[in-house]
Design a protein around this ligand. Structure first.
Ligand SMILES: [Ca+2]
Ligand SMILES: [Ca+2]
Ligand SMILES: [Ca+2]
Ligand SMILES: [Ca+2]
Length: 420
C-alpha cells in the first residue's frame, strides 16, 4: 500500500555580463522595462491571469544599490515558517553583493526588512560583476545551501551552509568541493540555473541556460547527500528536442498543473511536462496556461519566482527588473490558483504541530494518494492510503510543507503545513 519515492523541482537563477552588443541590449531593455507594466484589457476574471499588484508588493520599497538588475530568491532561511528573500545584483565592473530582506512578518502577512552587515548570512559574497543566488539543499542535511551565479566567468560559486536550518552560516567552497565547478561559460559569461529532480531518483538535477539561448543539462548521478553532476546531451538530455527549436533563457521550474511533474517556464512561457516522473518531456502548451501582465525582457536573467507569501497554498510571482526593483504579480481577486484545492471532506490537524499531522479522508472506493512536498516543491513522500485517516510527519524537521490529496489523478485538496 505504500509507494515511496522522491522528486522535486523549482526555480532558477542566472548570470550575466557585457559586450558592446550586450550594453546596447541593456539600454534598450531599460527603456522597455518602463513600459512592460502594461495593462492587459483581457486580464479579466479568468483563473490564470497574474496581474501586477504594486500596492501589495511586499518588496515595493526596495531596490538594489546598483540600480541594475535585481535577482531575488525566496527561501525560509531561518526556518520560522515564512519566506525570507535574498537578492543579487548586476554591477557591471564591481564585485556584486547579495542583499538580505528578512521577513519579520508572518507566513500570511510578509513584512520584509533589509538587514545588513553580519546579520546578512551572505554578507561576504563578492562575486564578479553579477550575483544570482539560488538556494537548494544540495547535500541533504536539512539546510539550504546556495549557488551564486557569477558574471564574466559564467561560473557557479558554491556557498555551503555549515550552520543549520535555523541559523545559517555560509562558507565559500573551493572548486574541489563545488559540485558545479565544471560550469564555466567563458565565452558567454553567463549561466542561469534551475534545479529539479527530473529523473525521479531523489536528487536535484540542473538545467542551465546561457546568454546565447543554449541549454546545458547536468544530470545528478550522485545522491541527495552527495551530488555528482554530469553534463549529458543527446537522448540523455530531456531538453534536447526542445532546444532545437526554442531559445532558452530565464528558465525556472514550477508544477503549474499540480500533477506532480515539474513544468518548465522559459521566461513567462509555460512548457507543460507531458512525460513521466522518470523521463520528462516538455511541450509549449495553451492548456490552462498562466498569463502574466508583466513579462521580463528576454535575457534579463530574471526568471519567475513562485512563492506563496500569503500562506494560502496559492503562489504569487515575483521577478527582478533591469532597474533593480521588484515586480509582484498575483491572481486577481476572487481567483483561485489550481494550487488551492479544498474539499470539505478532507481535514488536516493539528496544523501547526510539533508532533504528527493527521489527515481525515473522505469515504471513497477510489484509491487516495497523499503527497508531501517541501516549499521548494520537492516531493518528500508519496503514499497510497486505504484508511479514512492517516498520520504522518512525526519525523519531519521544523519547517513548512505542503500536502496534496489526490484521487483519480487529480488533486482534491492542498494545504500548507507548519511543523513547529
Ligand atoms: Ca523566515
Ligand atoms: Ca544543506
Ligand atoms: Ca535526479
Ligand atoms: Ca506539472
Amino acid at each position: 500500500m505504500i509507494a515511496l519515492f522522491l522528486q522535486n523541482y523549482e526555480n532558477a537563477s542566472c548570470m550575466k555580463w557585457f559586450t558592446k552588443q550586450e550594453m546596447i541590449r541593456r539600454i534598450a531593455s531599460k527603456i522597455c522595462a518602463a513600459s512592460i507594466l502594461f495593462f492587459s484589457m483581457n486580464a479579466s476574471a479568468q483563473k490564470n491571469n497574474f496581474v501586477v499588484d504594486h500596492n501589495n508588493n511586499p518588496l515595493k520599497n526596495f531596490a538594489i544599490a546598483s540600480n541594475k538588475e535585481s535577482h531575488p530568491f525566496f527561501v525560509d532561511i531561518d526556518a520560522d515558517g515564512d519566506y525570507d528573500c535574498f537578492s543579487g545584483e548586476y554591477t557591471n565592473s564591481h564585485p556584486a553583493k547579495i542583499y538580505f530582506y528578512r521577513n519579520d512578518g508572518t507566513n500570511k502577512k510578509p513584512q520584509f526588512k533589509q538587514v545588513n552587515g553580519s546579520t546578512n548570512p551572505l554578507n561576504g559574497v563578492a562575486t564578479n560583476a553579477l550575483a544570482i543566488p539560488y538556494f537548494i539543499d544540495i547535500d541533504g542535511d536539512g539546510d539550504y545551501d546556495c549557488f551564486v551565479g557569477e558574471g564574466a566567468t559564467g561560473a557557479m560559486v558554491y556557498y555551503k551552509n555549515i550552520g543549520n536550518a535555523n541559523n545559517p552560516s555560509f562558507e565559500k567552497q573551493s572548486a574541489a568541493n563545488n559540485p558545479l565547478s565544471m560550469v564555466k561559460f567563458l565565452t558567454s559569461g553567463i549561466a542561469s540555473p534551475a534545479f529539479a529532480d527530473l529523473d525521479d531518483d531523489g536528487d536535484y538535477d540542473c538545467l542551465i541556460s546561457d546568454d546565447q539561448g543554449n541549454e546545458i543539462y547536468l544530470k545528478n548521478k550522485g545522491t541527495a547527500q552527495q551530488p555528482d553532476f554530469a553534463n549529458v546531451s543527446g537522448s540523455e538530455d530531456p531538453f534536447n528536442d526542445l532546444a532545437s527549436s526554442t531559445t532558452f533563457y530565464n528558465v525556472s521550474f514550477h508544477d503549474w498543473n499540480h500533477d506532480g511533474l515539474p513544468d518548465l517556464f522559459i521566461n513567462t512561457t509555460y512548457y507543460k511536462n507531458v512525460g513521466t516522473a522518470a523521463r520528462p518531456a516538455f511541450i509549449i502548451s495553451g492548456d490552462n496556461k498562466p498569463n502574466f501582465q508583466s513579462k521580463a525582457e528576454a535575457f534579463t536573467f530574471t526568471p519567475l519566482r513562485w512563492v506563496d507569501l500569503k500562506g494560502d497554498g496559492s503562489s504569487e510571482v515575483l521577478m527582478g527588473t533591469a532597474k533593480g526593483t521588484y515586480v509582484y504579480q498575483a491572481l486577481s481577486s476572487d481567483e483561485d490558483d489550481n494550487a488551492v484545492t479544498t474539499s470539505a471532506a478532507v481535514h488536516v490537524f493539528p496544523n501547526p504541530t510539533k508532533e504528527a499531522f493527521i489527515v481525515n479522508l473522505p469515504a471513497s472506493n477510489v484509491e487516495t494518494t497523499i503527497r508531501i512536498t517541501n516549499v521548494q516543491g520537492k516531493l518528500l513522500t508519496t503514499q497510497v492510503v486505504n484508511e479514512s485517516s492517516y498520520k504522518f510527519g512525526k519525523d519531519f524537521k521544523p519547517g513548512t510543507y505542503f500536502i496534496q490529496v489526490m484521487q483519480n489523478g487529480k488533486v482534491i485538496y492542498t494545504q500548507k503545513l507548519i511543523k513547529g
